[in-house]
Design a protein around this ligand. Structure first.
Ligand code: C5P
Length: 306
């Protein structure tokens, strides 16, 4: 029997390194971005509709505020690109069950696009190769290819040219979430403004971070976390600084703004110390809500079909 519905699970990410080069002529920045996929997931269910019904989208779950259920959703952009490339008419409903914070620097929108690529490929038996999926993904956004691969990877170029990073061990995270997101272009623009006339060198992979990942050395990874957008995120949202301070005070191995923020990611030794930190953050009053997660986890994968 032909498949009528498919559900794809896609993780969130944190950046262990986000080094930002000078602004290029195309408005983008060359990056070295070390991604780790972590155990907070969106589930994307795509159901075949009647011929001629077109594409519809609905959003559910605990993170729905501000997510567009129209052509602006990155899932719709994924469908539109695949339709053109494969001369495909998509009559389907996409339900996005969100747990990844919206506009939180954790690639939630990119995750939904990656899940949609995999789901449409499955539902319509397109037999896309990995390379074809990645090509579509990088047209949607810089973080989308990583959401297909998951694990731990180094992104160069716009962050979308991926190579796998050698990483051992499991890393435990506490995420301090904000109820109000930050716009990625605004954070990059603030980074440029703060840099002013400073000469910015091309970003390089952080060798200390790579060694620590290879050695399953969580304190080493904690000490090596680096994000060039952190200053800009704190400049636009000064409260982030308070959150970073509370986490450091309570003994996190490392603290970093995830991507363009405002989520703050704390690396902790294990789940129990994560729970202690989560309680401390909640009772400090400076954090909206907290989540615990671990990484690395796999990228987008089909979890159910019907
Ligand atoms: O690629 P994506 O659509 O996720 O990028 C969102 C915004 O982030 C871009 O419009 C740009 O302002 C900024 N960006 C950048 N350099 C990158 C990636 C993103 O300036 N390498």
């Amino acid at each position: 029997m032909p498949v009528k519905s498919v559900t794809v699970r896609v993780p969130a990410k944190v950046n262990l390194q986000l080094s930002v080069g000078p602004k290029e002529a195309d408005g983008y920045h060359n990056l070295v971005s070390v991604f780790q996929a972590i155990s907070i997931f969106d589930d994307i269910t795509i159901k075949l509709g009647e011929p001629g019904s077109g594409l519809t989208i609905s959003i559910s779950g605990d993170q729905t505020h501000g997510v567009p259920a129209d052509a602006n959703n990155l899932a719709a952009k994924a469908v539109s690109l695949i339709s053109k490339e494969y001369d495909l008419t998509v009559d389907a409903h996409i339900e996005i069950k969100k747990s990844i914070p919206v506009a939180g620097g954790m690639a939630g929108g990119s995750a939904d696009a990656a899940g949609t690529i995999l789901g449409i490929d499955y539902l319509y038996s397109l037999d896309m190769t990995r390379e074809e999926m990645i090509e579509i993904a990088s047209k949607i956004g810089s973080d989308v290819p990583f959401m297909l691969s998951g694990g731990t990877a180094i992104g160069t170029g716009h962050g979308d040219q991926l190579t796998a990073a050698l990483s051992r061990g499991t890393y435990h995270w506490v995420l301090a979430l904000s109820t109000v997101g930050l716009s990625t272009p605004a954070v990059y623009a603030e980074c440029d403004r703060l840099r002013g006339e400073l000469e910015i060198v091309e970003p390089q992979t952080h060798e200390g971070l790579m060694q620590a990942l290879l050695g399953a050395d969580a304190p080493g990874v904690g000490a090596a976390l680096v994000n060039d957008l952190q200053l800009a995120a704190c400049s636009l949202r000064p409260a982030i600084r308070l959150v970073l301070d509370v986490g450091q005070e309570y003994g996190a191995l490392g603290a970093i703004v995830s991507g363009s923020g405002p989520t703050v990611a704390f690396l902790v030794a294990d789940q129990d110390s994560g729970l202690d930190l989560a309680v401390a953050l909640t009772s400090s009053g400076v954090v909206g809500s907290v989540a615990q997660a671990y990484g690395p986890v796999a990228g987008a994968k089909v979890i159910a079909t019907n």
